[in-house]
Design a protein around this ligand. Structure first.
Ligand code: NAD
Length: 284
C-alpha cells in the first residue's frame, strides 16, 4: 500500500477503512477482517463508540505477529478547551489501548478550538500521539488553529469525493502543508457518486467497479481516503482501488465531475451547500 508522509514525519497509508456507524458489536470482526485482507489504516472516533473494539482487533493482530508500526490508527475527539480535551485524549488513548495513537483529530470545530489544539500539541510532546489534525474545519475555524499552532495540523478530514473535490479548500491546505483526508468518498452510499455514467465508463475500461474508480481517483490525486464497509468482499474491492492506474485523460474526465457541492453532511440541503462558504460549527 502506498503511503503519504505527513508534516509530522509519520507515514499514512493512502487508503484505509472507516468505521463510522459500524456497530460496536461487529467492529472487532470488521477490523480483524480488514487487517487480514490488507488494510493498514483504520479510522475511528470517540463519537463512533467503537474505539475499544478497534483496539481489541488491532491487539489481536499484534499478538499474531503484526508489527505495530505497520498499522496506522486514527481517532477523533470532540472536546472544547484545554482541560476537557486533555481528558478526552486520555480516554481515547485508554480505550484504544495501543500505546501512542498515530493520528488524533478534532472531530469538528469547537468553541475553544485553540485550547483543544494546545492539548493535542502537548499530547504529541508527551509521546501519547504521533500526529494531530483537524476534521470539518473551514474558513475562520481553520485560520484560528493555523494562526496559533506550534504544530501545524497534519490533515484536515472533510467530506470529499469525485463529485465534491474540495477545490475551494485545497489552496489553504496546500499553503500550510495540510493533507486532505476524505470522509464520504463513496457519497455515504447515497445517490450520486456511484451512479455517475463517466465513472461507469472508466470502470468498464479497467474491468473495475465505479466504487473502485471513485477511490482510485482520490488515491491518484493524493487524497487520503477511508471508505467504510462492513462487508469483506467490499473491503477487498475498495482496497483494490489502490492498484488501479488512471490515464491523464481519465483523470481529467473524472476531475470534471466536481460539483462543488457536498453530499453527505446531515442537516444541510444536499445540493446547494458548500461548507467552504460558511465557516461553521456543525450540529452535534
Ligand atoms: P462512505 O462514502 O465511505 O460510504 C460508505 C457506504 O458506501 C457503505 O455504508 C456502503 O453502503 C457503501 N459502500 C461501501 N463500499 C461500497 C462498494 N464497494 N460498492 C458500493 N457501495 C459501497 O461514507 P462514510 O462511512 O460516511 O465515510 C467513510 C469514513 O469516513 C467513515 O467510516 C468514518 O471513518 C469517516 N467519517 C468521518 C466524518 C467526520 O466528520 N470526520 C464523517 C463521516 C465519516
Amino acid at each position: 500500500m502506498d503511503g503519504i508522509t505527513l508534516s509530522s514525519g509519520t507515514r499514512i497509508p493512502v487508503l484505509g477503512l472507516g468505521v463510522y456507524q459500524t456497530p460496536p458489536g461487529i467492529t472487532e470482526r470488521v477490523v480483524r477482517e480488514a487487517i487480514e485482507v490488507g488494510y493498514r489504516l483504520i479510522d475511528t472516533a470517540q463519537y463512533y463508540r467503537n474505539e475499544a473494539q478497534v483496539g481489541r482487533a488491532v491487539r489481536e493482530a499484534l499478538s499474531q505477529g503484526m508489527a505495530r508500526e505497520d498499522l496506522f490508527l486514527t481517532t477523533k475527539i470532540m472536546a472544547s478547551g484545554h482541560e476537557e480535551s486533555r481528558r478526552a485524549i486520555a480516554e481515547s488513548v485508554a480505550a484504544l489501548d495501543l500505546g501512542p495513537i498515530d493520528l488524533m483529530l478534532i472531530h469538528w470545530p469547537q468553541e475553544d478550538g485553540p485550547g483543544t489544539w494546545r492539548a493535542l500539541e502537548e499530547a504529541v510532546e508527551a509521546g501519547r500521539v504521533r500526529a494531530i489534525g483537524l476534521s470539518n474545519f473551514y474558513g475562520q475555524d481553520l485560520e484560528e488553529i493555523i494562526r496559533g499552532a506550534r504544530i501545524m495540523p497534519a490533515v484536515n478530514q472533510v467530506e470529499s469525493s469525485v463529485l465534491y473535490q474540495q477545490r475551494r479548500l485545497m489552496p489553504a491546505l496546500e499553503r500550510h502543508g495540510i493533507r486532505l483526508e476524505a470522509w464520504g468518498p463513496l457519497g455515504q452510499g447515497r445517490r450520486g457518486v456511484l451512479d455517475d455514467p463517466v465513472l461507469a465508463r472508466v470502470a468498464r475500461a479497467h474491468g473495475a467497479t465505479p466504487a473502485q474508480v471513485a477511490l482510485a481517483f482520490q488515491v491518484r490525486t493524493g487524497v487520503i481516503t477511508i471508505p467504510k464497509t462492513v462487508s469483506r468482499d467490499r473491503m477487498v474491492e475498495n482496497l483494490g482501488a489502490a492498484d488501479i492506474g488512471l490515464s491523464a485523460a481519465e483523470l481529467e474526465q473524472l476531475a470534471a465531475l466536481d460539483t462543488g457541492r457536498c453530499i453527505g453532511w446531515p442537516g444541510f440541503p444536499e445540493q446547494d451547500y458548500d461548507p467552504a462558504d460558511h465557516p461553521f460549527s456543525p450540529p452535534a
